[in-house]
Design a protein around this ligand. Structure first.
Ligand code: ADP
Ligand code: ADP
Ligand code: ADP
Length: 213
């Protein structure tokens, strides 16, 4: 299955992507994770992306689309994929339509995680990520047993720089301006399925899987 997850920063895309991708047995492709990995390794792509990410802005479409084109050409994406965090602009969405058409396929479903702004801010302000395995935690809603340390791998948890309050406000503005129009774009294609993404993580996963049947 070729699936896209959309929703505001903090909606739970990364959290759900992991479970949904495992359920569908397709690779999870998160553009945010790929950018952060490149920033950490100091690659040319990371150097290009960093200033935008730190400012809560989107990395330019051309850079992002080239990166996704390369990733989708890898063999593990041949039988389907779950995109988390891409597309985020209408030009990215139309580029993706062309990329999948070139694969002789089409996107099947765009799953929208619906959460209001207050909840998004609560989720982002408490988000912590494991340096070792990338697992996403929350200080209040999904805390690890030992504070600051990942239950799964023992790695150290950190707060993303762009989850600081000032940057969060800018990211929400960018979402409303550049990404929310995708709801109409995919709605017009008849591919959009919206689900309520509030409540326990497991309940949201069940709603997502149900919506995909
Ligand atoms: P969140 O899910 O919290 O919004 P992500 O991890 O998806 O955050 O993205 C973090 C940052 O990486 C974004 O704010 C942006 O700077 C960059 N980024 C990720 N995906 C894209 C994309 N598709 N287009 C442009 N920039 C992106
Ligand atoms: P170069 O070989 O000079 O990096 P490319 O034509 O390969 O140039 O890519 C153009 C730009 O897009 C590069 O500057 C690079 O940072 C970025 N880019 C696109 N896709 C990727 C990728 N998969 N890995 C690394 N960089 C990428
Ligand atoms: P996104 O990828 O959309 O930015 P994340 O998956 O990183 O969102 O989730 C943002 C924060 O919200 C994380 O700290 C995560 O633990 C927490 N979270 C995710 N889903 C839920 C949920 N259903 N209820 C409460 N908190 C959640």
């Amino acid at each position: 299955m070729r699936l896209v997850l959309v929703g505001p920063p903090g909606a739970g895309k990364g959290t759900q992507a992991e479970f949904i991708a495992a359920h569908l047995a397709v690779p999870k492709i998160s553009t945010g994770d790929i950018f952060r990995d490149n920033v950490a390794r100091g690659t040319e792509l990371g150097v290009q992306a960093r200033s935008y990410m730190d400012a809560g802005q989107l990395v330019p479409d051309e850079v992002t689309i080239n990166m996704v084109r390369d990733r989708l050409a890898e063999p593990d994406a041949g039988d389907g994929f779950l995109l988390d965090g891409f597309p985020r602009t209408v030009p990215q969405a139309s580029a993706l339509d062309k990329l999948v058409a070139d694969l002789g396929a089409g996107l099947e479903v765009v799953l929208e995680l619906v959460v209001d702004d207050d909840e998004v801010i609560r989720r982002l302000s408490g988000r912590r990520t494991c340096r070792g395995c990338g697992k996403i935690w929350h200080v209040e809603f999904d805390p690890p047993v030992r504070e600051g340390s990942c239950d799964r791998c023992g790695g150290q948890l950190f707060q993303r720089d762009d989850d600081k309050a000032e940057t969060v406000a800018e990211r929400l503005r960018v979402y409303a301006r550049d990404t929310a129009p995708l709801v109409d774009y995919y709605g017009a294609q008849g591919r959009l399925v919206g689900i309520d993404a509030t409540g326990p993580v497991e309940d949201v996963t069940l709603r997502a899987i149900d919506a995909l049947r």
